[in-house]
Design a protein around this ligand. Sequence first.
Ligand code: PNS
Length: 159
Amino acid sequence: MKIWICPGSFDPVTKGHIDIISRAGVMCDKLIVAVGENKFKKSVFTAEERVDFIRRSLNGLKNVEVESFHGLLIDYAREKKAICIVKGLRAVSDFEYEMQMAFLNKRMDEEIETVFLMTNINYSFLSSSAVKELALHGGPIEGLIPDAIIDDVRKKFFK
Ligand code: PNS
């Protein structure tokens, strides 16, 4: 069974992420969406909320599981017997950081590949940070994140 991992902070998940998850899902037998913590970037949503948001946004994708993980991604990938890490790329600016991560992960485990999917052009401008900034100021977030989570994202900023 070919298991792939799609890691990220997903703070919160966007339509761009869901597009990458859907496309990666058809390339493997099982895709694990792994919600991680970038220790140098404080998350607005808890790991439980982020996992729940993704689960509610999958629209019946059958071979996709969502979990959170701690520690190094490569250790988690090994534990899950994954053969591949998949990430989305929006622009050259993403590439530099992602290439560094891919090299470091490869250095720690030669057997696990990293592949990149180019984001859907419609979402090339979209990021979780932009969504949070819009939500914070009461701006329009419809169409940027899955409909199922819009109310919860808004609520976080207007309690
Ligand atoms: O959506 P992001 O911010 O690109 O996600 C980053 C994440 C959580 C996937 C990344 O920070 C990560 O893999 N963290 C776990 C620690 C790790 O393995 N870092 C890479 C090697 S130094």
